[in-house]
Design a protein around this ligand. Structure first.
Ligand code: GTP
Ligand code: MG
Length: 206
């Protein structure tokens, strides 16, 4: 499975479309994997690291970079889609814009027929925050399966990282829709990326 995942992510991957609202979604014909989490946590960077491309998804230092649901087709023939999404909890953006993003993301995550798994990204320097717990509870209620993924692992010491990983794992165990497998990743160093590729492929095939 690992080798198959590696090949797939090294092969053809193409931007399909940007959906600013639910009426613009592509037809749900293939498995989808979504990237969720707080603004600036590294969703778009992780998508680029997984696909080994520098700027497939647009990233930025400024929170609020991704403003729509962005769909990426993986494989030729098409195997599954990756969905980059706007972040949660971006305080500086206008209130109704933040609300609009939240509804868009939540409605998508709750109601998408072909959504096989959501990756809920958590900054490894901060661990789980209330806004992350809100996403987790929403997904639990919708019985929508998700993986917690720690990001920016290069920014902290390995000992601190292990502690955060254990604490996050313990909390994930209390959430019915949280998958027991957790990932610590860095889009900078590539740590954890190969493992996550395999998990994504496995989820897409279920
Ligand atoms: N050191 C380090 N920096 C990272 C990593 N991942 C992301 N970053 C940086 O964090 C910032 C935000 O990354 P993005 O990928 O744009 O974050 P996002 O979650 O897509 O943000 P929004 O689209 O605004 O919700 C950028 O400056 C990235 O370079 C990582 O693994 N290590
Ligand atoms: Mg983004």
């Amino acid at each position: 499975m690992e080798e198959r995942a590696r090949k797939l992510f090294a092969g053809p991957i193409a931007f399909l479309k940007s959906a600013p609202g639910l009426q613009f979604l592509p037809d749900a014909t293939v498995p989808e994997i979504a990237f969720a989490g707080r603004s600036n946590v590294g969703k778009s960077s992780l998508l680029n690291a997984l696909t080994n491309r520098k700027a497939l998804a647009r990233t930025s230092n400024t929170p609020g970079r991704t403003q729509e649901l962005n769909f990426f087709d993986v494989g030729e023939p098409l195997q599954f889609r990756l969905v980059d999404m706007p972040g949660y909890g971006f305080a500086e953006a206008p209130k109704d814009l933040v609300r609009k993003w939240r509804y868009l993301v939540n409605d998508f995550l709750r109601g998408r027929a072909m959504l096989k798994r959501t990756l809920v990204l958590v900054d490894s320097r901060h661990g789980l925050k209330d806004v992350d717990r809100e996403i987790m509870e929403m997904l639990d209620k919708a019985a929508a399966s998700y993986h917690l993924v720690l990001t920016k692992a290069d920014k902290i010491k390995p000992t601190v990282l292990s502690a955060t990983l254990e604490a996050t794992k313990a909390e994930a165990a209390r959430h019915p829709a949280a998958h027991p497998a957790l990932f610590a990743t860095s889009s900078e160093t590539g740590a954890g990326i190969a493992e996550l590729r395999t998990a994504i492929l496995e989820a897409a095939l279920t």
